[in-house]
Design a protein around this ligand. Structure first.
Ligand code: FES
Length: 194
């Protein structure tokens, strides 16, 4: 069955880590992680460039691969709600067909995207704030932050200073899977650990 991965074109994750230089880029990591449902191991280099440099295995928790919708059932500007990457606090998310091409958009029109609903400023709930007219989420009910869903959830206006976390998607046949999150979900120090 044909599989389509999001073209998440960013170099943001390719810089080496300060302490341990990871041997895979974030993009490769996310694409690899999408095929797995459990913990896997990558090799990292500790103390790169020094005589103490050593390569050691590091266990990395991966995102679950969760079916969140059917491409054929999506209607333009009608979001579908789901929780991801778990059912804990702040996991509320939405899948939407924007009707216009978007960054990381999936499908033939590259217009299907998914985002976490929780405002990155102070956790304002933004369910029911989607605007089909501007393809945005917000304004947040607390301090009016608004996010552009065509451009990876960047802030359009308001108090927040971080983009809205974008849920990474994968298309297999007609099935749309959530396979990761780009950006830190509000209220969590790690998206997978709470
Ligand atoms: S919590 Fe959303 S703008 Fe402050």
């Amino acid at each position: 069955m044909e599989k389509q991965l999001q073209d998440f074109d960013t170099d943001a994750g390719t810089a080496p880590h300060e302490l341990g230089k990871c041997v895979v880029s974030r993009r490769d990591f996310l694409l690899t992680a999408s095929a797995a449902t459990a913990t896997f191991t990558v090799m990292v280099t500790l103390n790169p460039g020094s005589s103490l440099a050593q390569r050691v295995p590091a266990a990395v928790a991966t995102y679950p691969r969760v079916l969140v919708g059917k491409l054929s059932e999506l209607k333009v500007d009608e979001p579908v709600d789901f929780n991801y990457p778990d059912d804990k606090d702040y996991s509320e998310s939405m899948l939407v067909k924007l009707g216009v091409e978007a960054g990381g958009g999936l499908g033939p029109e590259r217009d299907v995207v998914a985002f976490n609903y929780i405002c990155t400023h102070q956790g304002g709930p933004m369910q029911d704030t989607y605007s089909g007219k501007t393809k945005s989420l917000g304004p947040c009910p607390l301090h009016l932050s608004t996010y552009d869903l065509t451009r990876h959830g960047i802030l359009i206006s308001g108090q927040a200073y971080q983009s809205l976390p974008q849920v990474l998607l994968e298309l297999e046949g007609d099935d749309i899977y959530a396979v990761g999150v780009f950006g830190l979900i509000f209220g969590r120090y790690d998206n997978l650990l709470g």
